[in-house]
Design a protein around this ligand. Structure first.
Ligand code: C2E
Ligand code: CA
Ligand code: CA
Length: 747
């Protein structure tokens, strides 16, 4: 069933032969085309006479005539939707008829057209095999051309033709759907499918593809246009109400709600789906009245499509799971990267990307509960969507960060910060939020989507570090810096795996007696180029990557084993101090691993001290007290490192179960300046008042020693006593160390 051609009318003569094509209503009437091919004029006459005024299956018959195989070929060149061919076997040549059959089936590929052969002489009947090969329906002698017999023949062959057309339409529909399914994993899949439906229905009805497919949106409940063709094309992705024709809107809604297809004089509205209220409605305009046969065809088609649609929707749902944040119903990170890639592919001029990170979201979550946290994110999403508008893509790129992609004058970090000046409304109450932003202009088309997200993340990380509550714009140098860090991190991993890290030990002495009381273990890394990488550089890197956990455990274990070795040699001091990072401190099982390290080296717990920086107080009250108490209960002592440089409140520190504070070397160095000792003294007195041991680091000369000792500081370490020493040097130093403190206090 193909689209009618305008020029074919000149060939068509209606069986009643009054010559009128179009019906009185101005609509063209669908007909069954019957092609009579015979070199005998009488046969044409007789056929016309027999079939005059006949209507079968609701349509009139239209006769086409050709008097030779050659003429028939010409005619078939333009008209393909011939239902039945009545063909004379012997014409110009004895095999002209069979030659034409071959042409129809093989060259023209007209497989649905039914062929009835006729011949004057019974002896010319073709072989049975030939009849089968060319799918020839019937073979009749011309004597059988009575009115009645001919009508019976035409009726049965027409029925067969109709059946074949149905099958063919189904097959073509399926082909389209198979094609559409290939595209499904892209968001466009459903649209493709829907527009395939329009084309297909139009094909069945023999009209131009002109129509729309719509469905009820899962989220909004509104009716949206999924696909549209012809004059409706502009409606794609719009609410169906945008369609000016109220009657059609009403029809579409009626069909979706009732789950029943509707056919009117100039439109078919088909329901595709299994249940009412869930599926698609396809509206296709048609100029002609839709006939019963087409309705039947369309119903078969709908059943086929419904099965496909269900599969498709399942796939779409899977797609959503993979590409959508279920809580906020926003594109997730994966989808955002795709959207970025699409943006880059379409030219990214004046486009910008901003990442919006909620400051201290974890804290708010802990304090107010997760429902509140969810509400906060929801409120943020709403605010961002409202203030940026439809031109901007909003996505959730991580637990507490959003991504904005759009024109650079709208997606501008300064502007976005301004969105949060007014508090949000969360759970009915105003909630102030502080956000930190990382921004970049998509000004290099050579960089792909993922990398832009990386760049914005680099900027965000830097902002989080140095500009909380503000923003940082990405620069290429930042990327270089980040690459260096990544490079360094992978080298650090390798060094750790290959045992290329080692410990150095710095002695700690009693400032009054000069007695050796401890050693501080300090990590050392000699890089691939032989140069030392200072721990101030690689420890923070290890902390950010989580490598510190393994690294730190190794440090504790190795320090304990060294202590065991020194005990064996009779050179060990009272305790070994090991630095512990906050990240490491808060990992589950930390206390147990410390116990394991002690057990493995056969040490008493009081032979180990852990140095923890003040920043542990950021872990939150309760958590840290519990951990420290467990360590103390074991007998391990704890020192607060870099005391005075952190931000913990004194009242809080007072409550912590501690053994020692370490005055940071910065304050000790400062002592030589004008009025310098004041802070060191303050810190020392504070420690003493809290009843703690006080140890000063960074003692670089005798004067510092004397000053600190005079302040009541109990212990010290520094270059004046010894630099951190590698194992052989340490053993050497321990063997020959001066025991007399006078040595250290003399200039
Ligand atoms: P820290 O814990 O404050 O360690 C003392 C730092 O001061 C060491 O630097 C040490 O070499 C240096 N130092 C000692 N005496 C003097 C002196 O008289 N003058 C001067 N100017 N400096 C002195 P180092 O070894 O470079 O370590 C730096 C930081 O790296 C340490 O500071 C510590 O925070 C961290 N770190 C080192 N090893 C480890 C470790 O095993 N685990 C963890 N988590 N951190 C470590
Ligand atoms: Ca330390
Ligand atoms: Ca320090």
């Amino acid at each position: 069933m193909t689209t009618p051609h305008a020029h074919e009318d000149e060939f068509i003569r209606f069986a009643d032969d009054d010559g009128h094509g179009p019906s009185p209503g101005g609509q063209s009437v669908r007909v069954w085309k019957i092609l009579v091919i015979d070199d005998d004029d009488d046969v044409h006459q007789a056929t016309r006479f027999s079939l005059e005024g006949v209507q079968l299956f609701g349509r009139p018959l239209a006769l086409l005539h050709a008097t030779s195989a050659a003429q028939a070929r010409d005619l078939l060149q333009d008209i393909r939707d011939v239902a039945v061919v009545l063909l004379d076997v012997v014409m110009e040549t004895p095999d002209a008829g069979l030659g034409l059959v071959d042409h129809i089936r093989t060259t023209l590929q007209m497989v649905e057209t039914r062929i009835v052969l006729r011949t004057g002489q019974p002896g010319y009947a073709p072989e049975h095999e030939t009849l089968l090969r060319y799918d020839i329906n019937d073979y009749k002698t011309k004597s059988e051309l009575t009115h009645h017999k001919l009508l019976t023949t035409i009726t049965t062959t027409l029925r067969a033709y109709q059946q074949l057309c149905l099958i063919e339409a189904g097959r073509r529909g399926l082909e389209q759907i198979v094609e559409a399914s290939g595209e499904l994993l892209r968001a466009a899949g459903l649209q493709r499918f829907a527009s395939g439906v329009i084309t297909q229905i139009a094909g069945i009805l023999g009209t131009r593809p002109e129509g729309i497919v719509c469905a009820q949106g899962q989220a909004t409940g509104g009716y949206r246009v999924l696909a549209a063709a012809g004059q409706y094309a502009h409606l794609v992705d719009q609410p169906v109400e945008r369609l000016q024709d109220e009657r059609v809107v009403a029809l579409l809604k009626q069909v979706l709600q009732s789950g029943q297809s509707v056919f009117t004089d100039n439109a078919s509205v088909l329901f595709l789906g299994e249940r009412q209220g869930d599926g698609m409605a396809a509206f296709v305009q048609s100029d002609a009245l839709i006939e019963a046969v087409d309705v039947q065809l369309l119903r078969v088609f709908c059943t086929n499509l419904t099965a496909c649609l269900n599969q498709l929707l399942t796939l779409q749902r899977l797609h959503h799971v993979a590409y959508e944040d279920p809580m906020l119903k926003l594109p997730n990170r994966t989808r955002f990267i795709e959207l970025l890639a699409e943006c880059m592919a379409h030219g990214c001029a004046n486009r910008a990307l901003v990442l919006v990170d909620v400051d201290d979201f974890a804290g708010i979550n802990d304090l107010m509960g997760h429902d509140y946290g969810d509400g906060l994110l929801q409120a943020m999403a709403t605010r961002l969507a409202e203030l940026t508008g439809p031109e901007v893509i909003l996505a959730r790129v991580s637990g507490n960060a959003f991504g904005l992609l759009g024109p650079s004058d709208i997606v501008d970090p300064e502007r976005v910060l301004g969105f949060f000046v007014t508090p949000l409304q969360v759970a009915g109450k105003p909630q102030r939020v502080s956000v930190t932003l990382g921004a970049c202009l998509l000004d290099d088309p050579g960089i792909d989507g993922v990398d832009w997200l990386k760049n914005a993340s680099i900027a965000l990380k830097q902002a989080k570090r140095d500009r909380r509550g503000r923003f940082v714009r990405f620069t290429p140098e930042m990327a270089q810096h980040a690459r260096n860090r990544t490079q360094m991190l992978s080298e650090l991993h390798a060094a750790f795996d290959h045992n290329h890290l080692y410990l150095a030990f710095q002695p700690q002495l009693d400032l009054r007696t000069g007695e050796l009381i401890g050693l501080e273990a300090l990590m050392r890394w000699r890089g691939q180029d032989g140069r030392m990488v200072p721990p101030d550089r690689f420890i923070p890197l290890a902390e950010q990557s989580g490598l510190i956990v393994g690294l730190g455990d190794w440090g504790i274990k190795t320090a304990c084993l060294t202590m065991r070795e020194l005990l064996k040699q009779g050179l060990a001091p009272k305790r070994m101090a090991v630095n512990v990072s906050v990240v490491q401190f808060q990992t589950p099982g930390f206390v147990e691993r410390v116990q394991d390290a002690l057990d493995a080296a056969g040490l008493r717990p009081d032979q180990l001290e852990l140095e923890i920086t003040e920043s542990v107080s950021l872990l939150g009250h309760g958590v840290i007290e519990t951990l420290l108490e467990r360590l103390r209960a074991m007998g391990v002592s704890v020192a607060i490192d870099d005391f005075g440089t952190g931000y913990s409140s004194l009242s809080y520190l007072e409550r912590l179960p501690l053994d020692r504070i370490k005055i940071d070397k910065a304050f000790v160095t400062q002592m030589s300046a004008e009025g310098g000792p004041r802070i060191a003294e303050l810190i020392a007195q504070l420690g003493l008042k809290l009843g703690l041991q006080v140890l000063a680091e960074g003692i670089e000369d005798a004067r510092a020693w004397r000053t600190l000792a005079a302040m009541g500081v109990h212990e010290g370490q520094g270059y004046h006593i010894a630099r951190p020493l590698e194992m052989p040097e340490l053993v050497e130093w321990l063997r020959h160390r001066p025991a007399d403190p006078v040595q250290y206090t003399k200039e």
